[in-house]
Design a protein around this ligand. Structure first.
Ligand code: ADP
Length: 484
C-alpha cells in the first residue's frame, strides 16, 4: 500500500535515478519494501544491475567534470536551495521515513532537520576550501598547496538514518566539486529517492547524483572495483566495512568508514542524578536503540547505583511503544525480525549469566519490543561485547574511576562514549582517557553538523561533518613554482 497522507505525492518514487533518468531496471526484477510497524508492503524498488551501476558511474564522471568548474558560490546556492526545499517538505519526508523505517514521527522530523543542516553547513564550507602557501628552502621557489575535488565518489548508506547518513556524505561531496553514486539501504530507499526528487528541483545538474537501488551484492562490487570511483564513503556494520575495504584495495580507493560502536555510558557517584538519567534515556532509546552511538553499556558507580537504577526504571516504564505515526507513541518498532531475535538472544544470555530485570520483563509483538533495564550485568555477557542495537539498558556496577575507564575502553570499537560527573578534575581526566572518537560529558548526544563525527579502532576511518568533513572529499596538490 503506497504511503498515504503526503501533501506532495510525487516525492514517493518507486524508480531508481540513474544518470539523470528515473528508471526501472532492465533486470525486470524488483525488491519489496515493508513498513516495520505493520509488515505491510509499501511498494517496490528496481533491483538495479551491474550495468546500470556502471551507467550511473559514467554519468557521474562526466557531470563532475563540469561541476568542479562551477564557482563555490554557484555550488553553494544549489545546496542552499535544496536545504530550503527539504525543510519545506519536512512533514512529507518525515512521514515517508516513519513508514519505511519505523522511528516515531517526532524523531523523523528531527532527522529531516538534521539531514538538511549538512547542506547548509557544507554550502558555507564550499566557500572556505582555502589552500596554503609553503615556505620553501630555495630562494627561487614558491610552493602552494591547492585543494581539489577527489572526483567521482560513491556512498553506501544504512537504514537507521535514511536521510541524514546521505546528506552527511553528499553535501560535502557536492560542495567540494565531486559527484556521487549512492546505494541506499534496500530497507529504506524511499527517503533517499525523495531527497533526489528535491535535488533535481533545486537544480543539481543531471547525473551528478544517482540513486542506484537494489541488492548490495550486485551493486557494491561494481562501486568498489571501478577505477573511476575515487572514493567510497560507507556507514554500516564493521563486517561490511571490512569487506568493502578489502574490495577497494585493488583500486586504492580513498575510504571513509563509519562503522559499529559499543558505547559506554559512565555515571559517577558525583553525577547529577537527573542529568544522568536524562542523558542515558536519550542516548539509549533514540530510534528504539538502533543507532551506532547508542549507549550499549551503562557503567554506574556503587554509591549512586541503586538510585540510578530506580529512577531510570521509572522513566523506562513511561515509554510508549507503538506505530511511529501515532503521536502518543514514543518508541517505534525495530527494523526487522532479525533485530528482534538479536534482542531476545542478548537478554536471554544476560539472564542466564546472572543478570536480573529491574524493569518489567521483555515482551515482543511483531517487531515491537518493550524497553528493558537489566542489572547485575558483567563482562561475561554478550551485551558487554556486542552491539545490541535495541532498547535494552544493561547496568554494570563499578567501584573506582580506574576500573570504569578500563572497562569502558576494553572494546575493539571506539565511536561514542558518555560520562556524567560534576567534578571538574574528573571531567578532564576521564574525557582524555576514553579511547573513543566522540565523548559526551553530562550529555547523551554527540551529533551535530558542525562537529566532526567518527570513530577510532574498528569503528572506522575519517570524520564526517565539521571542518574536516569536506577534506574527506578533497585532494591536496603541492604546486611547486621554480626559477622565479
Ligand atoms: P546494518 O547492520 O546496519 O544493516 P549493513 O552493513 O549490513 O548494516 O548495511 C549497511 C549498508 O551496506 C546497506 O546499504 C547494505 O545494503 C549495504 N551492504 C550490505 N552488505 C554489503 C556488501 N556485501 N557490499 C556492499 N554493501 C553492502
Amino acid at each position: 500500500m503506497p504511503i498515504s497522507g503526503l501533501s506532495d505525492p510525487s516525492l514517493f518514487r518507486e524508480q531508481a535515478l540513474i544518470g539523470g533518468s528515473w528508471t526501472d531496471s532492465t533486470s525486470g526484477k524488483t525488491l519489496s519494501v515493508d513498513n516495520p510497524a505493520t509488515g505491510e508492503i509499501i511498494g517496490t524498488i528496481p533491483a538495479c544491475t551491474a550495468a546500470e551501476t556502471e551507467k550511473a558511474i559514467a554519468a557521474a564522471d562526466s557531470a563532475q567534470k563540469r561541476w568542479k568548474t562551477r564557482t563555490p558560490d554557484e555550488r553553494a546556492a544549489i545546496l542552499m536551495k535544496w536545504y530550503d526545499l527539504i525543510l519545506a517538505s519536512l512533514d512529507d519526508l518525515a512521514t515517508i521515513m516513519t513508514v519505511e523505517q519505523g522511528k516515531v514521527l517526532a524523531e523523523a522530523k528531527g532527522e529531516v532537520k538534521y539531514a538538511a543542516s549538512f547542506l547548509r553547513w557544507f554550502a558555507e564550507e564550499a566557500r572556505r576550501m582555502d589552500g596554503t602557501i609553503i615556505t620553501p628552502p630555495q630562494r627561487d621557489r614558491r610552493v602552494l598547496v591547492l585543494k581539489q575535488p577527489v572526483g567521482t565518489t560513491a556512498a553506501i548508506t544504512p537504514w537507521n538514518f535514511p536521510l541524514a547518513m546521505i546528506t552527511r556524505k553528499c553535501a560535502p561531496a557536492f560542495a567540494a566539486g565531486c559527484s556521487m553514486v549512492i546505494k541506499p539501504s534496500e530497507l529504506t530507499p524511499y527517503s533517499a529517492l525523495a531527497l533526489a526528487v528535491l535535488a533535481e528541483r533545486a537544480g543539481l545538474p543531471s547525473g551528478l547524483l544517482s540513486i542506484v537501488t537494489g541488492e548490495a551484492k550486485e551493486i557494491g562490487p561494481v562501486l568498489t572495483a571501478s577505477p573511476t570511483v575515487r572514493k567510497l564513503s560507507f556507514t554500516g556494520s564493521t563486517r561490511v566495512g571490512a569487506l568493502l575495504m578489502e574490495q577497494s584495495a585493488s583500486t586504492i580507493k580513498r575510504l571513509s568508514l563509519e562503522l559499529g560502536g559499543n558505547a559506554p555510558l559512565l555515571v559517577f557517584d558525583d553525577a547529577d542524578l537527573e542529568t544522568a538519567v536524562a542523558g542515558a534515556m536519550g542516548s539509549k532509546f533514540r530510534n528504539s536503540g538502533q543507532t551506532c552511538v547508542c549507549s550499549n553499556r551503562i557503567l554506574v558507580q556503587s554509591g549512586i547505583h541503586d538510585r540510578f537504577v530506580a529512577r531510570i526504571t521509572e522513566e523506562v516504564a513511561k515509554l510508549k511503544v507503538g506505530n511511529g505515526l501515532d503521536p502518543k507513541n514514543t518508541m517505534g518498532p525495530l527494523i526487522n525480525d532479525a533485530a528482534v531475535a538479536k534482542i531476545r538472544a542478548h537478554v536471554e544470555d544476560a539472564l542466564s549469566h546472572g543478570a536480573r530485570y529491574a524493569s518489567a520483563p521483555l515482551s515482543t509483538d511483531g517487531r515491537f519490543v518493550t524497553p528493558v533495564v537489566l542489572e547485575g550485568v558483567t563482562s561475561a555477557m554478550r551485551v558487554s561485547c556486542e552491539e545490541t542495537f535495541g532498547p535494552v539498558l544493561p547496568v554494570f556496577k563499578f567501584e573506582t574511576e580506574e576500573e570504569a575507564v578500563t572497562l569502558a575502553n576494553s572494546t575493539p570499537f571506539g565511536l561514542a562514549s558518555y560520562f556524567f560527573t560534576t567534578d571538574i578534575s574528573r571531567a578532564w581526566r576521564v574525557g582524555e582517557a576514553l579511547d573513543f572518537g566522540m565523548v559526551g560529558l553530562n550529555t547523551g548526544s554527540v551529533s551535530m553538523e558542525s562537529a566532526p563525527f567518527g570513530g577510532i579502532k574498528q569503528s572506522g576511518l575519517g570524520r564526517e561533518g565539521g571542518h574536516p568533513g569536506i577534506d574527506e572529499f578533497l585532494e591536496l596538490k603541492s604546486f611547486h613554482m621554480a626559477g622565479l
